[in-house]
Design a protein around this ligand. Sequence first.
Ligand code: MG
Length: 469
Amino acid sequence: MKNQRINLFLLLVALLSMTACESESASTAEAAERPPNIIIIFADDLGYGDLGTYGNPTIRTPHLDQMAEEGLKFFQFYSGASVCTPSRAALLTGRLPIRSGMVSDRIRVLFPFSYKGLPAEEITLAEALKERGYHTGIVGKWHLGHLPPYLPLQHGFDTFYGLPYSNDMIPTPGAKWGPPRKYPPLPLYQDTTVLETNPDQRLLTKQYTDKALAFIDAHQEEPFFLYMPHSFPHVPLFASPDFEGKSSRGLYGDVVEELDWSVGQILNALKEKGLDQNTLVVFTSDNGPWLTEKQEGGTAGLLHQGKGSTFEGGMREPTIAWWPGRIAPGITQSLGTTMDIYATAVTLAGGALPGDRNYDGTDLSPVFDNPKAEVRDEVIYYLGAQVFAYRKGPWKMHLKTLNPYIGEQPVAHDPPLLYQLEHDPSERFNLAAEHPEVLEELRVALQRHLDGVKPVPSLLEDIDQSYFE
Ligand code: MG
């Protein structure tokens, strides 16, 4: 009798554990079938020191601060370039822009009178994820070619709402933000249709947010990729009436606080819909602050220089990865780049990087699991088609430097400048004379990179020059 009871008990245990195994494998299978949603929120010209969570004393960013509390905050995360077009090319191709032709030493970005854009042969992140069954949308600023062959729907996006290029490319001769060029009216697109020209820019952030929320709502039952490159805080600055005049940092602060509100709207929507546990959200910026805009530009905090520079302030970005239940809250000093976001997203989607071309990014998932993990130990700082600086571990050498936007020519350094970034994040103390052996090691490592780069013609130089006159 006693033995029978034991047998019955064992049978029950066996049955229960089988059921547990089955439900575990069912949920594993479900997770494998349903890869995570990916959202990239990409600010424009936001500096390393412009968010509360990165030490700004007067700009209030409670939603981004909370995102950082709940997610993983990076302190050493880099864009692929220090200006808009090549930076966006890097993010969306996972490759340094020298490989796609989205660079030039003469013309730094695409203009409304450029003839070219991101080549069709490039595999954008939208195309890579679409292949894995994702629905793909972009809300915001494109800036990878405004002519029909180059718009987002030609590059893997199902929907597009936003501007084809920067918000300062508008027909306002004599305006303080930029030279009086003969720009056409600024178009606002829905997919391939121009909805209106010269839209009221005060409303852009709210409109982008509404479109992003509608996109999430419409596609919550399927894996989706939402790319949200905001137009701001790139100049000229505009905030909606709800935010204008509210910040103690002036209009720049108003604009950043509205972006912060927008991020809060997105994260709250994910939580309300129960999508937060299955969505990776990355917030970062395309390049550093536009310092020559003075109070209308941001700040890189303790980092030197800003937009257009290969000093840290030009390319090191405030970056937060958020995925409740998957990424533990914390901070990391691991190196990362926007090109790593590409590799990470493709891997999470169950894909692999195509083997027919060079990629410059690597999967960040190990850092999500362990903030001390290191997936890369080098950063290559291009300005146009040239390498200006190179980082390996804590060491960074500058072969050339440029004080951007004031009409100076690049200055070559021989020997290169050498900084120990962990001891000296502001790049103040040149240690080249003390550490020639480090310089030599960096030169050899950089040469390995250069040997793997096949130059392609610049596509930014294919442009109607008369518009510059
Ligand atoms: Mg920018």
